[in-house]
Each structure stands twice: as C-alpha cells, then as structure tokens.
Design a protein around this ligand. Sequence first.
Ligand SMILES: [Zn+2]
Length: 450
Amino acid sequence: MTSLYTQLVSKVLFRLHERLKGHTTYSMLHRLEQSQWLTPEQIAALQQQRLEAFIADISQHSRYYQQLFAAQGLSASDIRTVADLSKLPFLTKQLITDNQHTLCSEPQTQLQRYNTGGSSGVPLIFYMGEARVSHDVAAKLRATRWWGVDIGDPEVVLWGSPIELGKQDRIKKIRDELFRSYLLPAFEFTPAHIEAYLQQLQQLKPRMLFGYPSVIHQLALAAEARQLSLSKLGIKVVFVTSEMLFEHQRTVIERVFACPVANGYGARDAGFIAHQCPAGSLHISAEDIIVEIIGDNGQVLPVGETGEIVITHLQTQAFPFVRYRTGDMGQLSNTPCSCGRGLPVLAHVSGRTTDFMLTTAGDKLHALSLIYVLRDLKEIRQFKIIQQSLQEVEVQLVCNEALSDTLAAQIISQFQQRLGAECQITLKQLDVIASLPNGKHRYVESKLDY
Ligand SMILES: [Zn+2]
C-alpha cells in the first residue's frame, strides 16, 4: 500500500526536481518500464539499434574515438552488433585518466565531474552527461519499484562515498528530508556508532535500507548480539550494492530485518549495470548497457564462463565508456527468469579480479574458499585475510570470544590445505578492523603483484 506522501513525492516532487535539474529521468523510466517486458530477442534488437546510433555519434563527436577509428581504419558501419565491438580496444582507468579531454564529445554539453577512489585505490576522474545521469537514476528507480517500494518511501542509506557526503549541504538536506532519504555515514563503525545507528533505525522506521552488504551485515549482527528485534520495523527490502554480497551476509540480514535482500551490481564509473528481481535473477539494464565477459587474453567468453566484466554504456555519448574494464569477475546466464522480464541475466558476480590469492604453487585461488573457513564460526565477528607474500598470509580477526588453541589450529590447517602446507598462516586478534577510507570493507587483500 503506497502512502499518500510517497505518491506525492513519486508523482510530483521528484519529477519536478529531476526536470529542474534538466534530467529526462521520468521519460527514460517510462521507456524502461515498458521495454523490460519485451522478449530477449526484442531487447537484443533494441540494444543493437541503440549501439549503432551510439557508435555513429561518438565516432563523429568524440575526438578520442574519431582518432581511434581513423587509426584502425574503421568506420561506424563496421560496429553494428555486440560481436563487432571486439574490433575496438578496451578502455581502462589509465586510458580515461590519460585522455580525459579528448574523450569528451564536441560540442560539449554540461558535464558533471566525478572523482572516485575505487577499491583499487587508484583515483579515476571522469565525466557524465545529462543522458547518463538520467539513465542511471531511471534504471535504479525501475529496480526499486520491482520490490514494491518507491522513491518517497522512507529510506535509510548507509554509505561512505565522499561524493554523497560532500553534498551534505543545506539543499541536499532539505531534498533528502522531502524525499525521506536519511544518510548514516558508514565511514566509522565503532560500537558507539553502531549503537547510534540502531537507535536511529528504530526511530526512522524506514521501508527500505540501502548500503554496503558488509556494513548492513555488521549492523544486523550487532542487533542480534543485543537481542534487539528489528523484524517489526516494517522494512520491506534491503538493497545492497558496491561490494560482493556473500550468502552468509544475505542469510543474517534477511533473518534480522525479516525481509528480502536485493543485490545490485554497479558502480559510479561503470553505471547501474544489473539488479536483482524478486524471482532472484540479476537482470542487466540491457537496453543501454552491453556486458561482455572476457578471458585472460582479452578474448570474449561464451555464456556460462567466468571472466572479467566489460561494459559499453550506450548513454555515454558525452563521455564514452566503450568496452570499459570493470575489474569485476562474472558470468552471463541464458536461463530465462521466471519473473517474465526479458532482460538478460548475470549468473553471478564473483568479486574483483583482485579477490584472488595465490597458492604456494602459484595457482589462483578465489578468496571465497578461504572466507568459507571463517564465516560460520560463532567465535569470529569480523575478519580480513591479507596475503603478504606467497609464503605468508595474515588473518586479522575480531572475535566474540577468545579462540581456543584447537580452533586456531583448525583454521591454520584449513588455510594450509588450500594455500599449500608451506604457507605460514598468522592469526592476529584485533579489537577492530579498519574499513577503507570510503567506508567499504575488504575481506581480502593481496600485496602480491600478479
Ligand atoms: Zn527476473
């Protein structure tokens, strides 16, 4: 049941707000809400049409792509299908940084500048035109509505991005109050902060939560430890994004808040790529975003194989993102979703390419296999695994109770089974594990260069 206030916000205020900012969000949303029900073939045809128009546009208006097409002896008509994209090189963070000005399309429209740290710690500066901003907001709104909630419903955002926090000026505050979106900064997560957040949640009684899975998971665990029941707050859905969502986190969050967790995959740089529907599939916003999965040598992999996610965002005419390497690993699926939407599906996103460790034999091991060892132990509240070298791995632990010698020996033995018997495993008990400057938590970190 949508409240009158939510209807007012959704139907009037937010539309007005977007129009005043020059965004075409609502016309895009209208278009997206219709196209999601097309068949996969119809969506692919629509995507191809948009790809052709996009390539024609950037090959004329972006100096970087003008030069690239000329250098490679290509014309816009050579890039008609998704398969044709492989004629073009990848775009990397380094290339964007080096070619910031030539990438911008002429004549220049009003561009918003973004500066993101990214979990790799390498800063990336890039620009967004109006079409892209509107698209990303519209795609997010569409996915929000899949869950029976809408903008204007009270929302608590647990976020740590400096972009959002930098805008905490008066206007943003008024806007957020109007739209009933409340930000709790996730930079710091001390017991005192957790206490305050839990109190605020109970006062605000939001219909939706939004934030990093690691942060919401910690909050849920803290509530349980205090025997605080949050299941009757009326939260309908918890949206998580920006980090990999682990199944153990989903289980805890769903139990504590008594509502489903909806996973989203996207980032400020790559766009709003995919969002989970209530039937469980991670649907790609395929009308405007093309996902390719590539192997170690840059070759395009078939559906069902895992590789790096590369995206082409068709609303980036003003500052093109073509075959942009996200650094995330994932896999496409061709199993149709029971929700009836024709949007293609990401089978899974398995974290950053950097979420891997090397065994002493030099083999790549997904860090998940180490995380499995620790995640279900009731003695352990938080952890971080750091690969110092091939022979040395440090496991930082925040414990609920002191580890027995038997348990410590078991953990070490299980790590050695996976990493190699010669690997030296050090367990280090800490009071707190610091999050990254942007508030995210990294479960694994490798100091190896490979
Ligand atoms: Zn679905």
